[in-house]
Design a binder for this molecule. Structure first.
Ligand code: ATP
Length: 361
């Protein structure tokens, strides 16, 4: 697979803050790549380096085989979609989209054809002549997308493009943006703090913390095999039970924890006897009062007290307490009529492959 964007040992600091710290990363051609991290971790700085608004202090940025460090933003052929749409309010929908084509000195007929196609792509063909300030937030974001796509960018950069929309519209836009990517196959680079954006749309994603890229992988790899406790808690929800490795061999381990001995068959770090670990266990892996063993030869059992029950229709969430300093959260999908009450004692079973001991770094 050809590489579209490559960063090699890129660093960018502002006074004493190292916003992007020695990052090396490759985005493949046609890939939908996400940078996911909490507020202040350096996402926008990273995006601005790719767009050309910031120059790296050290390191190299390449598009295809060309070093871009000194290429100004308007010569990079990147499209950009911002959280606040950044449309020109005094212009019509078509004029907003046409702007980049006029700058590129395209003939009128070609401009008209490309505007039509871009509007169809975002399903806004009927809105061609509307003033943009009469459109809803979701419609404006579609026009911002059309405006960025119409110039056929080598890379489309998206900076939290759907954060301003309500929950239902966000979900709809996720589906639409993903479909646009699948149809156009444009290389897309999307930065967000929203794990659902990344999990639902990304081909691959990078998880960033304090300017450093901690892990790169597909959504499935990152969710199922988080590199450390930060990634496990930032991508999805998880419980942590701290402990120490008692013995580890051939991808299995027993761990002495504050909830008793746990068995794990999901070991992918170097762990030896005595290593302190955080055992990550997803809420959906805690099965309440299940007498059958589910066919799994090794299962862990923990007793806990219910402290709160939250019925949400599709799922039921349980807040549990194993001991005073060990709370756990369990979720039960497709809950029936039976439920638990605060104060009930429950027996949790946890499959050994759902216990993931992570080193403390
Ligand atoms: P958010 O999700 O809140 O937008 P972010 O992950 O995009 O955050 P950045 O905006 O890249 O993070 O900021 C990373 C760090 O660099 C922060 O500590 C921020 O305060 C600092 N920073 C960013 N831009 C500047 C600047 N122009 N001058 C000084 N410090 C800056």
């Amino acid at each position: 697979m050809a590489v579209a964007v490559q960063l090699t040992h890129v660093t960018k600091a502002f006074d004493t803050t190292i916003a992007v710290n020695d990052v090396s990363l490759e985005i493949e051609k046609g890939e939908f790549f996400f940078l996911l991290g909490p507020s202040g971790c350096g996402k926008s700085t990273f995006l601005r380096i790719v767009a050309g608004f910031y120059k790296p202090d050290t390191g190299e940025l390449r598009f295809d085989d060309t070093v871009m460090n000194d290429v100004p933003p308007h010569q990079r052929n990147t499209g950009m979609v911002f959280q606040n749409y950044a449309l020109w309010p005094h212009m019509s929908v078509a004029e907003n989209i046409e702007y980049g084509l006029t700058l590129r000195k395209l003939e009128k007929a070609e401009r008209t054809e490309k505007i039509e196609r871009a509007l169809e792509m975002v399903q806004m063909a009927d809105f061609r002549d509307r003033a943009v300030n009469t459109l809803s937030g979701g419609q404006q974001q579609r026009i911002a997308l059309a405006r960025a796509l119409v110039i056929e960018p080598s890379v489309l950069l998206l900076d939290e493009p759907i954060s301003n929309l309500d929950a239902a519209l966000r979900q709809q836009m996720r589906d639409e943006i993903k479909q646009i990517h699948d149809r156009t196959n444009i290389t897309m680079f999307y930065v967000t703090h929203d794990q659902v954006d990344a999990l639902s749309m990304a081909d691959r994603m990078a998880i960033m913390q304090d300017g450093v890229v901690i892990q790169v992988g597909t959504p499935r790899e990152v969710y199922q095999f988080p590199k450390n406790a930060f990634v496990a808690s930032f991508v999805g929800e998880t419980n942590f039970i701290s402990g120490k490795i008692e013995q580890a061999s051939n991808g299995s381990a027993t761990i002495e924890t504050s909830a008793g001995t746990l068995h794990s068959t999901t070991i992918y770090h170097e762990l030896t006897q005595g290593t302190p670990v955080q055992c990550s266990i997803r809420p959906e892996a805690l099965v309440i009062d299940n007498d059958q063993n589910g066919g799994n030869p090794i299962e862990n059992r923990i007793t806990a007290k219910v402290t709160a029950v939250n019925y949400l229709g599709r799922v039921e969430e349980y807040q549990l307490m194993v001991s005073e300093d060990l709370p756990l959260k369990a979720v039960h999908y497709n809950p029936g009529t039976e439920t638990k009450k605060p104060g009930d004692t429950v027996h949790l079973s946890i499959s050994a492959d759902a216990v993931i001991p992570l080193p403390n770094f």
